[in-house]
Design a protein around this ligand. Structure first.
Ligand code: SF4
Length: 268
């Protein structure tokens, strides 16, 4: 009985909170523990090989970051303060990809650090992860501005245009291929339509799982991708948060993490 009460309380945290609290959870969703290698002989055979691969991946990603920091391939490179290559766990199963850096990101050189980033952090926790367990990046690495001559102006952000996305595309594709996550969440219409399918309306692709197809890079294994609303859009339209959570539950189900959240809903 007590267990059922606790589960109902937990469900309330996740599904009944309003406004930004919709994604605020005191504890992440409980999930199945990743399989661990327990046999010593198996570990001895596998670990050295994994270490080599991880080191190569880390080196390749670091080199890519250095290229991005020096890049002036598109006009955005002339007006940025700092390039924002992306950050996180390079061995993650889950990547989040937005459209491009904004005002705060341009100054810090880190992705999703403004208000939208704070909401993304809450979304990640609600999904049962910590920010440092996932990798976060953008389609373009430099700040697109409506008025590039006025970089101190707030509200100066804009979505990257098709040319900027095309010129920057190799970087995000190489990051995806090197990190090789199992799943990607495309945040917003720009990332979703660039990485999944360029359809007239974002709603046509939102909330569905697709196989990722890249143009310039070949990941070591198949990757699944799902698009949902960008956190900045959720800040402007809080009513969409429930739809975003419904999208993310589709992804969690595909990841095999649906059990606990579905149990909670039934008992709530
Ligand atoms: S947005 Fe991409 S292509 Fe353009 S300058 Fe920055 S890193 Fe280079």
């Amino acid at each position: 009985m007590q267990k059922a009460r606790n589960l109902a309380k937990e469900l309330k945290n996740y599904l009944l909170n309003e406004e930004e609290g919709f994604f605020i959870a005191k504890k992440p969703l409980k999930t199945k523990k990743a399989e661990t290698i327990t046999k010593k002989d198996t570990a001895q055979k596998i670990v050295p090989k994994v270490k080599t691969v991880v080191k190569d991946k880390a080196v390749a990603l670091s080199e890519l970051i250095e290229q991005i920091k020096k890049c002036t391939r598109c006009e955005l490179g002339k007006t940025r303060i700092k390039a924002v290559p992306g950050e996180g766990n390079i061995n993650t199963k889950l990547m989040f990809i937005g459209e491009g850096p904004g005002f705060d990101e341009d100054r810090q050189g880190r992705p999703f650090v403004g208000r939208a980033g704070q909401l993304l952090d809450k979304i990640i926790v609600a999904m049962g992860f910590k920010r440092e367990e996932v990798f976060i990046a953008n389609m373009v690495k430099c700040h697109p501005m409506k008025e590039p001559n006025n970089p101190e102006k707030h509200g100066n952000d804009r979505a990257p245009n098709q040319e900027e996305i095309a010129l920057c595309r190799r970087y995000i594709e190489e990051q995806i291929a090197l990190i090789s996550p199992d799943f990607i969440v495309a945040l917003g219409s720009v990332a979703g339509r660039s990485l999944i399918k360029d359809v007239p309306t974002f709603s046509a692709i939102r909330g569905k799982i697709y196989d990722l197809n890249l143009t310039y890079a070949t990941p070591a294994k198949p990757i699944k991708i799902l698009a949902t609303f960008h956190p900045a859009a959720l800040l402007r339209n809080p009513a969409w948060k429930k739809d975003a959570w419904a999208d993310l539950k589709v992804l969690l189900a595909a990841m095999g993490r649906e059990h606990k959240s579905q149990t909670n809903e039934k008992q709530g």
